[in-house]
Design a protein around this ligand. Structure first.
Ligand SMILES: Nc1ncnc2c1ncn2[C@@H]1O[C@H](COP(=O)(O)OP(=O)(O)OP(=O)(O)O)[C@@H](O)[C@H]1O
Ligand SMILES: [Mg+2]
Length: 258
């Protein structure tokens, strides 16, 4: 199963991405977890020890690799470089692997955004395309609020995009923006997950705001998740059993949907 997770900053994308990755890995599935958010924090949600996190160099900062594969110098303009660099071995070579999950951190592209034709962005695009379209493993893509890194062709390989929302109008507006951007690249397999639900009113608000949409789970606001973040534990190790059950239910719904 290949999932992309999007939503406004801080809504709980990495929490959900890590929980689903960890649950899939527990069943023996090989999972590739990709942190595509420039403000990367999936490693910590997966419970990778802080010291180990230091050793993970985002791909956009792996200058030697970028230059080797694209045949161009990073941060120099007006060069020729390969538009189809070889990328199929990168995941195995540079991913950080723990408990059946391989984590790849894409990193931020400094100049001109990811639309620029700089070597870094060409390599990342080629890599994401390879992971989504040609790798057999399960994939969980932790994104920022948008469809960055996905194109029309790549989007075809995404089984489902999950948009996480909080019970608030700004987060709902942002979720619908993401849905529209996804539709523009032909990705209409969208499910919503509501997070940080604190009351019956929150639930009523979210259900009303998402009327007619596919809402596949409501995760309660739970101190155990906040504490897990504070204490450097994975979202599954740290979470209360009740919350873990909600994560499991969401994964079941996704599996049923295919
Ligand atoms: N259901 C919840 N109950 C309590 N705290 C939560 C819940 N979900 C997420 N959090 C906390 O909210 C914070 C943000 O969550 P998370 O990092 O998963 O969001 P994000 O969408 O990935 O953020 P960013 O946009 O910065 O990448 C974290 O401290 C996390 O532990
Ligand atoms: Mg995040």
């Amino acid at each position: 199963m290949k999932l992309a997770i999007s939503g406004k900053g801080g809504v709980g994308k990495s929490t959900l991405a890590a929980a689903l990755s960890l649950l899939m890995a527990k069943t023996g599935t090989r999972v590739l977890a990709v942190d595509a958010d420039p403000d990367a924090n999936l490693a910590s949600a997966l419970g990778i020890p802080a010291q180990e996190q230091q050793s993970i160099v985002p791909i956009s900062e792996q200058i030697a690799l970028i230059e080797e594969r694209t045949g161009a110098k990073v941060k120099q303009y007006g060069q020729m470089f390969k538009l189809n660099p070889r990328v199929s071995d990168i995941a195995d070579k540079v991913a950080y692997t723990q408990d059946g999950i391989s984590l790849l951190v894409l990193g931020a592209i400094e100049q001109g955004g990811s639309g620029c034709a700089c070597p870094e962005s060409v390599l990342l695009r080629a890599l994401v395309t390879d992971l989504v379209l040609y790798k057999n493993e399960s994939l969980v893509l932790d994104m920022e609020a948008g469809v960055e890194h996905l194109g029309r062709a790549t989007a075809r390989g995404v089984d489902r995009m999950i948009v996480v929302v909080e019970p608030g109008q700004r987060s709902v507006d942002s979720a619908f923006r993401v849905q529209r951007m996804a539709a523009e690249i032909g990705l209409d397999r969208i499910s919503f997950v509501a997070n940080k639900i604190q009351s019956a009113e929150d639930e009523t608000f979210v259900r009303a705001a998402l009327t007619g949409e596919r809402l596949i789970g409501l995760i309660p606001y739970h101190e155990s998740l906040r504490r897990a973040d504070r204490d450097g534990r994975s979202v599954l190790d740290g979470a209360d059993a009740l919350v873990v059950d909600v994560f499991k239910e969401i994964l079941n719904r996704l599996s049923e949907a295919g």
